[in-house]
Structure formats: C-alpha cells, structure tokens
Design a protein around this ligand. Sequence first.
Ligand SMILES: Cc1cc2nc3c(=O)[nH]c(=O)nc-3n(C[C@H](O)[C@H](O)[C@H](O)COP(=O)(O)OP(=O)(O)OC[C@H]3O[C@@H](n4cnc5c(N)ncnc54)[C@H](O)[C@@H]3O)c2cc1C
Length: 318
Amino acid sequence: MSILVFAESSEQGYKKTALETVSYAKNIAKNQGSELTVVTFNSTDNSALGLHGANKVVNLKGSAFDKFNPLTISQAISEIAKEENSKIVVIDSTLNGKHIAAIVAANLEASFASNIVSEPISYEPFTVRRNSFSNKAFQNMELCNEIKVLAIAKNSYGATENKEDFTEQDYSISEIKNTLEIVSVEKTGGKISISDADIVVSAGRGLKGPENWGMIEELSEVLGAALACSKPVSDIGWRPHSEHVGQTGIQVSSNLYIAIGISGAIQHLAGINTSKVKVVINTDPDAPFFKAADYGIVGDAFDIVPKLITELKKFKEQ
Ligand SMILES: Cc1cc2nc3c(=O)[nH]c(=O)nc-3n(C[C@H](O)[C@H](O)[C@H](O)COP(=O)(O)OP(=O)(O)OC[C@H]3O[C@@H](n4cnc5c(N)ncnc54)[C@H](O)[C@@H]3O)c2cc1C
C-alpha cells in the first residue's frame, strides 16, 4: 500500500506547487509508515521528486498523454491507485489539478476534499481543514470513505526536502475509456503564468484605458511579476481574458498581490484573498479593497506607479 500523488511538470521542470504537493503527500506517507508513489505528466527529469520524498515514480507515457486530457489522466491515476492499493491520493488545486481530482474521486468512489490548507488535523477520524465560501471561511471536513482524494491549495504547505532513492517506470494506457478529444492547446501570451507567479501586478478600471497599461507592464517587468486585471477590464477588451482574476476568473495565491485602480468588489476579492501580502493603490480612501489590504496607498496611480518603478529600479541597481 502506498500514498499516491500526482505531479505535473512544465518545460522548465517541476514548479513549486507540484513539489509542495509531493511534500504534503510525503508527510502523510511518513505518518502512515507508507511508501510514496508519484505519478507524473510531461516529465523529463525526476530528480526533484526524489529530493522531496518519492520512493517510486510512474511516468505517464505514450500518445494518450501527448496533450493534457483530464479524463485520460484521471483514468490512469485511478488505475494506478487500484494497482498500488492506495487509500490516499493527493493532487494540487491548480486549474488542471481541480479538473482531475474530482474525476479521480468519482472513479475510486472516494471521499473528496479540495482547497486543503493544512496537514490533516487528525487521522482517526480522517479530518482536513479547507477553504470554503470563496476563501472567506475555514471548514474542518471529515472524510469517511475508505479511499480519500485530497486536493491541496497552492502556497499552503512549503516544499520540504526528504531525499529518497527512487525507482522509475513508464505507464501507458491501451484502452482510453472516454470520448473527450483535445484538438489543440493555445498558450496565453503572458511571460509568467498568473496561477504560478510569486508576484502579481493587477490593474482595474481606474487605469482609464488600455493605452495606460505601459506603466503596469513596466512595473511587472521590474518585479518579475505576472500581469492580471479585473473582470470589466477584460470584458471591455482592454486586456485579454486570460488576465482576468476573481471569482469568475483565475484564482491567485501569490506571495505579493499589487492591485492598482481596482475597487475591491467581493467577486474580485474572492479570487485573490489567499494571496499572502496585498498592496492596494487607489484614489478613493473608502475603496473596499483597503479593508483587505496589508499595505495601502491612497493616491493617483499615474503619480504613484512611475515613482514606484523608479525607486524599485534604484533598489535593484544597489
Ligand atoms: C456574478 C459576478 C461575477 C463577477 N466576477 C468578477 C471577477 O471574477 N473578477 C472581478 O474583478 N470582478 C468580477 N465581477 C465584477 C465586480 O463586481 C466589479 O464590478 C469589478 O471587480 C470592478 O472592477 P474595477 O475595480 O476594475 O472597476 P471599478 O469598480 O470601476 O473601480 C475602479 C477603482 O479605481 C479607482 N481609481 C480611479 N481612478 C484611479 C486612479 N487614477 N488611480 C488609482 N485608483 C483609481 C476608483 O477609486 C475605483 O475604486 C463580477 C460581478 C458579478 C455580478
């Protein structure tokens, strides 16, 4: 019996979120006296998995895995979980992770909790703490089925080293049991993906028009940040939809979130409130965003942002 965890790799290797999820699963495996098996997608170098506690690595290979098809990947994870007799399957809560975690839980007739924010509160009964109500409340949830699928919120558990020697094998699927075909994949233009970024610079309708995004782009470049925006900004077409964050857009859990000319409506906050440090720049001292901010600047973005860029450049030169 092993604890199973899914880790997705990018062209640049495993991202922090994947290694956090592996570390989380390793902690459970140690607690249960179990081995840790990692199922990978798109991987080339798995040394980081060994460093974070993998005892065995199963690489999804073959034409069925050329593109990210959530149904095919869920099928593979479910089959491997049965072969390994895994009672706990751990997946991250990224967009891709959320797609597959619920399907794996259904396939395995498992109890399922998403957005988990800490290690299990207890093992008997098995209880986890998760974000709920658009991250406005915590919920302690008891998982009663024999098999449990856990989806871990980004940035809620550090990546911790736990070096192990590991074995590797490939896994392919002979009979795909679904009719979903991924025809093509379009990548967003941004240099840094919003959901993976440590720093996000986001701007709203206070910027007045798309012609004013130059300073926002410059600020994000100086900070090495991803660019984001509020919903109306992408609805009007000032910025691409791929930058829209919030309840109906991308969820952000960055270490630093800078909101410029955004009022802080509840639907916007719902998508960003798990970010660690929030900085708000707004002309209106009564803007609701200030209530959620760690640092607030009451002032005109057209005044503040260029000054911020100058000071950051000076700081970097030192
Ligand atoms: C079902 C539903 C789902 C929604 N989902 C989302 C979502 O996912 N994401 C989202 O963002 N919204 C969402 N919304 C919309 C949301 O309710 C707000 O309307 C929206 O977030 C407001 O965007 P904004 O803050 O950019 O614009 P505004 O509300 O117009 O605010 C602009 C802000 O800029 C400030 N400002 C003006 N000039 C300056 C200046 N020169 N310098 C600095 N500050 C300035 C103003 O004081 C103001 O606070 C949703 C709404 C609904 C009904």
